[in-house]
Design a protein around this ligand. Structure first.
Ligand code: PMP
Length: 785
């Protein structure tokens, strides 16, 4: 080590790797030839100095000028144990990913066959003390590729190789990896000690700003970043490329340390975005390539800008210090630092707050008002308005809890789509896994949708043996309708008086809730849902009258459709004998029965997987949607073979997304969770407790006239007074708003709009019941005042 008092003072204060301060070895080409001969027994004709910052590398050539090996003479301060770590790491990575083009040190002749990494180096004496010597194969490819020449494909390839190297080192550790490599941005703030040596005042200011930011935003989060042993310096200096810019050689593991996984990516970005006029586009391409192999975590993406800026700041600080101590050529350092400064400037020009998004992190949420205006402007007036007077700007959710952008949590007692709970890990993992593998259509053979179909069939009564996949509840009902009209050669349809079954041209007519202008289509008739609360009977006469009205127009029913929990009719209660009789009369009139399970299916009733099962009927067609993929769009029709066969005789069926492997994987995960978490039992228990708690609140607030519905499909009928039973939609709406203000989400439904719709994710448990009841009670008390 060189004895410079100024240097010793600084280094003592900041304690870093000794190689940084030691003078590089100063051997000549002739020395290199002698060293190669003495240590590895390699006879070369000429040696060329390849230039290196802190070590020395020589290209050795034979008498015909053919490169034979690269000789690396280490800095006198290099600890041999660190070199042994490097050798072990490279061998480890090569074992994990044999196609990675890694430079592996030769075994010295004296080492024989030993596995000892010390056998891959030899010591020689120099003027300053002993040096370690290693020999490497000459890897093919260009050195010091100009990053500006790299194509977009090559940039993505760099990202991918970077991730592969990280993956190959994932399982490696060595005690020497716990060292302080100052170039590792992990130690960025330590380079503050060098800031005074930065001669350019502007650069000094840039570096200070970056280090200040690093200290506040990155340093506190550093302990939570994924960490492992990393290469540490995967720049264009340390990678050889082919003509297309692909990495075909990775050299120099001399900066290895235990650090954040993303440090390698940051070093690659550092050299690739430099001096680009579109640095962030380039960064995104590299990151895309990286994520082909290893997905980045949100925090890693969020901090990427700061990390990259810190890398440039560290470069400027260290090289300024080194050049001020004569350890680096001043002209070289100046050029290098000017480049790093431009990278920092590009980052600062974006501003810290918007930086993460440029690397693919989530954007900071916009203020609600601005977003609402944009929604209205671009999506037009036909889209349903936002729910609640104060709409909820959602950020994330888990189980039965939704969180808005301010961090406020809401108990979700409304959304049935995330059936097994918002963001259920089994479902999200299944979607991500399959999406990363392949997503395609049903014209290719793939097992997932087939398994799903088999498992759905297994949940149905015998005879319902054929499954057709679509993408929504509307599409499922649309297809069911077409199957029914084709099979029966009839054209009439029947549904409940306030039913909703979907948006398509075929199915909107069977959705009186949304009939344009309230006008009934000519081929449709409705019958009133039973109303047990008001003693309106469960006789099938109303149904028969509807069939007769159709017949009077010369129309026979192709299909009758019923939502098994009668959601739109305020969760009206239908008895099984009543429904069974409707089915019988449908068949007698030559029509088919469609059980719409979009609301009532997937365990909602707690009594069975499908809501039709509680009526003891066997439908001709069963339609699935909403909860099927726990929020991922998928729908299905389950029917009998003869019905599908009649359709097939006339046409073909194919839906581009229907049954795609990703959606099918989501739906399979839902079925698994329903089984594994014993969801039906949970629904029964939670539903019973919830109805009990609501009825208890109703004893003090008789405006809650009726509480009904199976499982977790619960309607609370709000009335002006319990005797007259006159619907009070305004009060129902006010309760909904009041509960929202108290952090519990419900909706309203029913023909009069006076039924509070309680239809939570099936992750709802008895534990949430008191929270719900308290919000309901408080809302009512507040409204009474
Ligand atoms: N059927 C029923 C009973 C529904 O409640 C709905 C949606 N609310 C649909 C069908 C239509 O489903 P989607 O919105 O997925 O098309």
């Amino acid at each position: 080590m060189v004895d410079d008092p100024a240097r010793t003072a600084t280094t003592a204060a900041i304690d870093f790797d000794a190689v940084l301060v030691a003078t590089p070895p100063r051997f000549g080409p002739a020395d290199a030839l002698t060293i190669a001969e003495q240590t590895f027994g390699l006879h070369a004709a000429t040696a060329r100095d390849l230039g290196s910052e802190r070590d020395q590398s020589f290209l050795l050539l034979d008498a015909d000028e053919r490169p034979t090996a690269v000789l690396k003479v280490s800095n006198v301060a290099e600890d041999p144990a660190t070199l042994d770590m490097e050798a072990r790491a490279v061998l480890h990575a090569a074992r994990v990913d044999p196609t990675l083009p890694l430079a592996i040190p030769w075994r010295a002749p004296k080492a024989g066959d030993s596995d000892d990494p010390a056998g891959r180096r030899a010591a020689i004496d120099g003027a300053d003390g002993p040096h370690q010597v290693r020999l490497y194969d000459v890897l093919p490819g260009r050195q010091r590729t100009d990053p500006l020449t790299l194509s977009d494909t090559a940039l993505a390839g760099w990202g991918e190789t970077t991730a592969r190297l990280g993956r190959a080192l994932r399982g490696f550790f060595h005690p020497r990896a716990q060292r302080t490599m100052l170039w590792d941005v992990q130690h960025a703030t330590r380079t503050r000690a060098f800031v005074d040596t930065i001669r350019d005042a502007h650069q000094r200011e840039l570096v200070t700003r970056v280090l200040d930011r690093f200290e506040v935003t990155v340093a506190p989060k550093w302990p939570s970043l994924r960490a492992q042993v990393v290469h540490g310096d995967l720049t264009t200096d340390n990678a050889l490329t082919d003509a297309a810019g692909r990495i075909i050689g990775i050299v120099d593991f001399g900066d290895m340390s235990h650090s954040a996984l993303v440090v390698d990516l940051v070093s690659a970005l550092d050299s690739l975005v430099t001096d680009r006029d579109d640095p962030f586009r380039v960064a995104r391409l590299v990151i895309d390539g990286y994520q082909r192999v290893t997905l980045l975590e949100p925090i890693e993406l969020r901090l990427m800008g700061e990390l990259l800026a810190a890398r440039s700041a560290v470069t400027i600080a260290i090289s300024s210090w080194r050049s001020s101590h004569g350890l680096e050529d001043a002209g070289f350092a100046e050029r290098y630092n000017a480049t790093a400064a431009r990278t920092i400037e590009a980052i600062l020009a974006v501003g810290w707050d918007d930086l993460g998004r440029r690397f693919g992190a989530d954007a900071t949420p916009e203020p609600d008002r601005a977003l609402r205006d944009r929604r209205a402007r671009v999506m037009g007036p036909a889209l349903e308005p936002l729910t609640y007077e104060h709409p909820i700007h959602v950020a994330e959710a888990s189980g039965v809890w939704m969180t808005d952008t301010t961090g406020r949590r809401f108990l979700d007692a409304y959304n049935n789509v995330p059936c097994v709970g918002h963001a259920h890990p089994r479902v999200t993992a299944a979607i991500a896994r399959q999406a990363r593998r392949i997503n395609t259509n049903m014209r290719y053979l793939h097992g997932t949708a087939i398994e799903l179909a088999e498992r759905l069939v297994a949940t149905c009564p015998p005879g319902l043996d054929t499954v057709m996949f679509v993408n929504s509840g509307s599409e499922a009902n649309d297809l069911a309708w077409r199957l029914a009209t084709t099979f029966t050669v009839h054209r009439g349809g029947l549904c409940n008086a306030f039913a909703y079954h979907g948006i398509s041209d075929a199915i909107a007519p069977l959705s009186p809730e949304t009939w344009p202008g309230g006008r009934r289509p000519e081929h449709v008739e409705t019958w009133p849902a039973p109303d047990r609360y008001r003693g309106r009977d469960q006789q099938p006469d109303g149904f028969t009258a509807a069939v007769e009205r159709l017949a009077a127009r010369g129309i026979a029913p192709a299909a009758v459709i019923l939502d098994g929990v009668l959601t739109s009719d305020g969760f009206a209660e239908a008895e099984s004998s009543y429904v069974a009789e409707l089915v019988r009369r449908t068949h007698a009139a030559g029509g088919l029965w469609i059980a719409d399970e979009v609301q009532g299916g997937h365990g909602r009733t707690g009594s069975a997987m499908w809501s039709f099962q509680r009526f003891g009927i066997v439908p001709d067609l069963v339609t699935l949607g909403k909860p099927m993929g726990n929020g991922h769009p998928i729908g299905a029709v389950i029917t009998r073979r003869e019905i599908a066969a009649r359709f097939a005789a006339e046409t073909v069926f194919f839906s581009t997304f229907g049954g795609n492997p990703v959606s099918a994987a989501a739906a399979l995960a839902v079925l698994d969770v329903l089984d594994d978490e014993r969801v039906l039992e949970r629904v029964n228990d939670a539903g019973e407790q919830l109805r009990g708690a609501i009825r208890d609140v109703a004893t003090r607030h008789p405006v809650l006239g009726d509480t009904r519905g199976p499982g977790l499909a619960i309607g609370i009928e709000v009335v002006v007074d319990p005797v007259a039973k006159i619907p009070d939609p305004a009060l129902a709406g006010a309760i909904k708003e009041g509960m929202r203000e108290r952090g519990v989400l419900v909706g309203t439904c029913g023909a009069a709009g006076n039924v509070i719709k309680v239809r939570p994710p099936l992750a709802f448990t008895a534990a949430e019941v008191p929270i719900f009841a308290a919000a309901l009670e408080e809302a009512l008390v507040a409204l009474r005042r």
